[in-house]
Design a protein around this ligand. Structure first.
Ligand SMILES: Cc1ncc(COP(=O)(O)O)c(C=O)c1O
Length: 404
């Protein structure tokens, strides 16, 4: 029997997010949109409705419709002058979670070594471990803005290193790996024939980069064949409910190998989901959808930054540059709070929901006192949540004059 660690963040979310009256500032999707919202956003009023009601609901195209795979492929051409990625180098999955799982299941096993950035979405290191691979964590440091330090790869790599796993933008830090660093990772991996898996589920939400820094391209645009990227409609495209994700690779053999494994788990994805995703990624819808989500992220990050300034005596962070999440350290009397108790007490007293980072993203005693916020919710929810959090902080963490 395969042994796998419980997936902490998913279990914490599942347990708490349906609390009646919850103010959910833990969700990592840009505030979800409805089917009606998509229709309203569409800039071409002559576009036919996405759902083809008379189309028979067969399994459809096994790897995903040609139209959807073409639109996903063109997402990878962003911010680069690399060769366009062919649609055949894309396979559609049930969310990025299935995409990541299938990749590990297909490519990694006993005898293999995997290097994975940390912290990140737990799946990215727990699944390869459960499949018998040895995993080394590539620790992200606040002193480096939570950008991986490529000089550390030399000390992590082994003769059997099969894969380097990165997450750009990062969950939970909301940090960005810039193009130059991606190029260095590629150069390192290419020299040794190591596969790079880049979980790009929060791409292209590079909404708050410092002036002069450009949004990085996908890992697939850097001229190395053994690169794989995963993504989905859930986060940057605000459509988690259609459970549509993908794998793209410059190496068609990887896509074919994944397809062989996928036959045992998926056959095909829902034809209705495929149609909605295809519509959402069409030019007249994609433009306004991304514009909305970028603006929402920027507005909400501005509000959160103001809050962080006001309560700087008890909370600190490395301000995110991308994605939908931020990691904030809360202290009481100069000591990190017990983050799981803090989250549960805050929820109980105010209905504001965050995720505690130490169980969800930390191993051992890592990230004690840190809380992950998902701040790209509806702005009214964030405003109400921050107001309640502020009052809670004043009553509980700032009661001691030393903290004021
Ligand atoms: C880094 C990362 N990858 C993958 C996923 C899975 O997302 P989905 O299956 O909805 O695409 C998540 C969800 O939180 C995530 O944060």
């Amino acid at each position: 029997m395969v042994k796998i660690e419980p997936f902490e963040v998913e279990q914490w979310m599942d347990r708490l997010e349906t609390t009646p009256g919850v103010l959910n500032i833990a969700e990592t999707c840009a505030a979800s949109v409805s089917y009606d919202d998509l229709l309203r956003m569409c800039e071409d009023k002559n576009m036919p409705s996405p759902l083809l009601f008379s189309k028979k609901l067969t399994y459809g195209a096994i790897r995903g419709s040609a139209a959807l795979r073409q639109r996903v492929a063109s997402l990878f051409d962003r911010a680069s002058d690399a060769e366009p990625l062919p649609a055949d180098n894309i396979i559609i999955t049930q969310g990025a979670i299935s995409a990541n799982f299938l990749l590990f299941y297909t490519l990694v096993g006993p005898g293999d070594h995997v290097i994975c950035v940390y912290p990140t979405y737990q799946q990215l290191y727990s699944v390869p471990q459960s499949l018998g691979a040895e995993v080394s964590l590539w620790r992200l440091k606040d002193t480096n803005g939570y950008v991986p330090d490529v000089s550390e790869l030399e000390g992590l790599v082994r003769s059997n290193t099969k894969m380097i796993v990165i997450n750009n933008p990062n969950n939970p830090m909301g940090s960005t790996i810039p193009k130059a660093v991606l190029q260095d990772i590629v150069a390192f991996a290419k020299q040794r024939g190591i596969i790079i898996l880049s979980d790009e589920v929060y791409s292209p939400l590079y909404h708050s980069l410092p002036p002069g820094q450009e949004a990085p391209p996908s890992i697939l645009a850097l001229g190395y064949e053994k690169t794989v990227a995963t993504g989905s409609m859930s986060k940057a495209f605000a459509l988690a409910g259609i459970r549509t994700g993908w794998i793209g690779s410059r190496d068609k053999a990887i896509i074919d190998a994944v397809a062989t494994a996928r036959d045992y788990t998926t056959i095909s994805v829902s034809q209705l989901d495929d149609q909605v995703a295809t519509y959402a990624l069409s030019t007249p819808v994609l433009g306004p959808l991304l514009k909305r989500n970028m603006a929402l992220a920027q507005t909400n990050l501005g509000l959160l930054s103001a809050f962080m300034g006001k309560y700087a005596s008890v909370c600190s962070w490395v301000k995110p540059t991308a994605g939908t999440t931020a990691l904030v350290l809360f202290k009481e009397n100069g000591v990190p709070v017990d983050d799981p108790s803090f989250v549960l007490d805050l929820l109980d007293k105010t209905k504001v929901l965050f995720m505690p980072a130490s169980p969800c993203f930390g191993l051992g005693k890592d990230f004690r006192g840190f809380i992950r916020l998902g701040y790209v919710c509806e702005t009214e929810v964030l405003l109400e949540g921050l107001e309640k959090l502020g009052r809670y902080i004043e009553e509980h963490l700032m009661a001691n004059p030393e903290n004021q």
